[in-house]
Design a protein around this ligand. Sequence first.
Ligand code: GLC
Ligand code: CA
Length: 538
Amino acid sequence: MKQAWWKNAVIYQIYPRSFCDSNGDGIGDLQGIISKLDYLQELGIDAIWLSPIYRSPQDDNGYDISDYQDIDPIFGTLADMDELIAEAKKRNIRIIMDLVLNHSSDEHPWFLEAKKSRDNPYHDYYVWRDGTEGTYPNDLKAGFGGPAWEWVPECGQYYFHQFSVKQPDLNWENPKVREEIYKMIQWWVDRGVGGFRLDVIDQIAKEPDRRITADGPMLHPYLKEMSKAVFQQKELVTVGEAWSATPQSALLFSNPDGSELSMVFQFEHILLDQQPGKEKWDLAPLPFVTFKKVFEKWETTLYQKGWNSLFFENHDLPRSVSRFGNDGEYRVESAKMLAVCLHGMQGTPYIYQGQELGMTNVRMPIEDYRDIELLNMYRERIAAGYPEKEVMESVYAKGRDNARTPMQWNAEENAGFTSGTPWIKVNPNYREINAEAALAEEDSIFHFYQKLIRLRKELPILTEGSFTLLLPEDPDLFAYTRTFGTEELLVLCNFSDREVPCSLKKDWEAGEVLIANYDGGASDSLRPYEACMIRRTK
Ligand code: GLC
Ligand code: CA
């Protein structure tokens, strides 16, 4: 059987609102993306995952959809979308759409009908519970703060929303909802999209009465049904976002028989630098040894039985160089080190826009932030008496707007992102960190990623090889090997800002260095954030 194309692919995520603005309204758009396709082709990626561009009131920047079969005017038109798909195809780039199927916008025609009365034919498209005003059906909380229930007097009922009040949960128990969804997906497949990223897909099979929000008993049956109805055609790639995923459930999600999805985004490594049992805002240092063991567990459990997605960043997460690397003195070295660490593993790597430039977190006054999650948290915590300074430290470390500042294209005003006023401020470091500078410099992070992507195409060991963690208890070094037939690959990464002794380089002296972020150097130590990949034959 031919290997699925996405097994040695690298996927680039675009957050359209922050990528490139073509018409000066301060918001990135589809024509802006089209104008940057040559840049992405040069990087060498195979597919673009587009965060949502559907019609939406933009309460959660498009993750609240009011028409699944239209483009929001801020991003362009369906004709622009067709053009993007066609122009990308010319460059061998597929377009992956973001499907938000757990909820719609409260301005979607289905919900506008549903909330009119209990007997409305669309009422049952959403999740309702009886009650009296002021007494919630239960104490479930919404992802963006407050209760997960909202009262609708016309119906004398509450509707359920796992995210904001403007994101009512769809009722997947209703077969009509599922049919409408599959029809809509097919419509996009027919327009030529190459796959889908499925937003919070583990939350569709909710049973709020039993307080089940993620990973409900009907989740995998629904996924199998949807996969059969629409995904098993035209080499589509599908990746589910699943915060609840464990290696065991991932074996179902990404079963190589193709019965569910191609792969899932799991977040075990992302949830480590917070206090146990608390929220992401409750900061804790990264337990580095556990971090390595988490990757080891995922790499080994899914080997030949499932498929990993590899990522350090997305539009919901802080910038990885600020979080796991060093965004000061060693920004370039540590951004490259993180790239080696991730791109040496088995799975499909994802690059989030600007990660290939080593873009960093941002610190702004609270008035300059835009994200609903962050602003709700700020209000709640200030009201609850948290010190302002502590709340701002959480914002700086974990706020989603860290990843949403405009893409830094050049050193001109607004980083070349827009000729108008950007919807969110540009990170002030754009004069130094930008695509134009990266393209002009041979040793840039951009060119380093380009090389890693090329290696993945050239070396089957990167796609196929088995994973073995070395030095598991080492507090600074992340070292592992990949093995495939008679070939072996060593991936060696120093996560610290100190020179660290290490004998592995010497042991592998006879091997071929495929990529490294420093030249030469001692053979018995690794310099701050040093990383390399070495290949040898057994
Ligand atoms: C996912 C998205 C996030 C969004 C949420 C609700 O986690 O990645 O941006 O806010 O779902 O749709
Ligand atoms: Ca625009």
